[in-house]
Design a protein around this ligand. Structure first.
Ligand SMILES: [Zn+2]
Length: 206
C-alpha cells in the first residue's frame, strides 16, 4: 500500500517549506560549531540572520542553500549528524507545539503498527509543511513503513557518496521513538544525491 501526499504542491519555483528547516539547522550548527559559524553560514546561504530567523513558511531553496553550504564547508560525513540533530530538534518542536497532546496520548497506547499508521496518516496530511515541492509517500513492507520523497527538497541537485537527508531521518525517528516505541530506527537507505530517483527511508524496530 502506498499513499502519496495530495498533489497540492507547489511548483519548484514557488514551493515553500516550514521554517524549522532553517531554524533547527541553525541551532544544530550552533550546538556543534558555535554561534559564529552558524551566523556566518546562515547569512551567506540565505536572506536571514540569527536575529531575523523566519517564523513563517520559507522558500524551499533557502534551507537547501544552507545545507549545500554546510556540506561544502564541513563535508558530508561531518554535516550528516548535525542535520540529524536538526531533525531531532524539529521533532521536539512538533511534539511541543504541533501534535495535540490527546493525539500523542492515543498513539502511544495503540499497538505499534496501528500507532505508526495513525501517526503517518497525520504526517502525510501535513506533508506540505515539510516536503515543499517533493511528493511524500508511505509504503509498508513486512509490517514496517517505508517513507519516500520524490524530488526531495533537502538534497535536490546534490551529488554525494552517501545519503544526506538525515534531517528527515532524525525528525521521523524522534517522533516514532517518543510516540510509538523507543527502539525504532529510521535510516535513509537511498538518497537522490546518490543518483537514485527518490530518497527512501526504512523504519525498523523489534
Ligand atoms: Zn536524500
Amino acid at each position: 500500500m502506498t499513499t502519496a501526499s495530495p498533489p497540492v504542491a507547489q511548483s519548484v519555483d514557488e514551493a515553500r517549506i516550514g521554517p524549522n528547516a532553517i531554524i533547527q539547522v541553525v541551532a544544530a550548527i550552533e550546538h556543534r560549531w558555535g554561534p559564529e559559524t552558524a551566523a556566518a553560514l546562515l547569512s551567506e546561504a540565505t536572506t536571514y540572520t540569527p536575529d531575523t530567523l523566519p517564523h513563517d513558511m520559507v522558500d524551499e531553496r533557502e534551507p537547501l542553500a544552507l545545507v549545500r553550504l554546510l556540506l561544502d564547508r564541513m563535508g558530508a560525513d561531518a554535516a550528516a549528524p548535525v542535520l540529524h540533530d536538526a531533525g531531532v530538534r524539529t521533532a521536539r518542536y512538533l511534539l511541543a507545539h504541533r501534535i495535540p497532546p490527546l493525539a500523542q496520548w492515543v498513539i502511544a497506547r495503540l499497538p505499534r503498527r496501528l500507532g505508526l499508521a495513525l501517526l503517518l496518516r497525520a504526517i502525510g496530511a501535513h506533508a506540505w509543511t515539510f516536503a515543499g515541492s517533493a511528493a511524500f509517500s508511505v509504503g509498508w513492507y513486512r509490517g514496517w513503513p517505508t517513507l519516500s520523497f520524490t524530488g526531495c527538497a533537502m538534497c535536490r541537485g546534490l551529488t554525494l557518496h552517501r545519503p544526506i537527508c538525515t534531517y528527515y531521518a532524525g525528525t521521523f525517528e524522534h517522533l516514532f521513538r517518543t510516540l510509538v516505541a523507543a527502539d525504532i530506527t529510521v535510516t535513509e537507505v537511498a538518497c537522490q544525491a546518490q543518483g537514485v530517483p527518490r530518497c527512501r527511508f526504512l523504519v525498523a524496530g523489534r
